[in-house]
Design a protein around this ligand. Structure first.
Ligand code: SF4
Length: 218
């Protein structure tokens, strides 16, 4: 019986992924399907050419897929790491700025709608800036848990799931961390100040999304 239920889940997940991948095509976003986290890692590395400068957005997904660790160990690229704990706060901020001019920017996503729109919200804005313009290649890695019905559901997901969980991760003193709801706070530690809605790409070779058949990231 369990096997029967597993098959139903697999069919649902595959159909959902196929719907989103088809929607990406129309939006000039290059969709990829990764059946496992390991496959997402392999595909992400293949999309990063030798000799590139590479930077990343803050992302639990990249950690959980082993992508951040792989970037740190690739000796054929220059990794501009905005989150290197050995760097001072000023150096980390400088690397966020440098990341906007990297050849490749890789990150996770807060939400992806069923019709292929990416919705992301940042505290500082460096990730959403790089997603919008700058790096000539962008790679987004997103688990199927990030798929929502529409833009409104995406914002709800950010307010009620992504923001509270990331506030917990980053030890931010914000009300959503306790209530799991957004209070449109004025906390100095507010995690969500800049939102982007990416509907389409002008350059069909710029933007890649790897959909991982797993629940990964916040
Ligand atoms: S505005 Fe404040 S309360 Fe709302 S999600 Fe962002 S950090 Fe949390």
């Amino acid at each position: 019986m369990n096997n029967q239920y597993t098959k139903i889940q697999e069919t649902f997940d595959r159909t959902l992924a196929e719907q989103v991948l088809a929607a990406f095509e129309w939006r000039k976003i290059n969709g990829r399907y990764a059946p496992t986290r390991a496959s997402a890692l392999t595909q992400a590395m293949e999309l990063i050419p030798e000799g590139s400068t590479v930077s990343q957005g803050g992302s639990v997904t990249l950690d959980q897929c082993g992508i951040r660790q792989a970037l740190q160990h690739r000796d054929d690229i220059t990794f501009i790491d905005p989150y290197d704990p050995k760097l001072s706060r000023e150096q980390q901020l400088m690397n966020r700025r440098k990341g906007l001019l990297a050849d490749v920017f890789i990150t996770g996503a807060n939400a992806v709608t069923r019709d292929g729109i990416l919705v992301n919200r940042d505290g500082m804005g460096n990730r959403v800036a790089a997603l919008s313009f700058g790096p000539s290649r962008v790679i987004v890695v997103a688990g199927l848990n990030k798929i929502v019905d529409d833009i409104e559901s995406a914002i709800t997901r950010i307010d009620q799931v992504a923001s509270p969980m990331n506030c917990e991760r980053l030890d931010r003193d914000t009300p959503c961390r306790e209530t799991l709801r957004c209070h449109d706070c004025i906390s100095a530690e507010r995690i969500c100040s800049v939102t982007t809605i990416i509907e389409r790409q002008a350059d069909p070779n710029r933007f890649y999304v790897i959909l991982v058949n797993d629940s990964v990231g916040f």
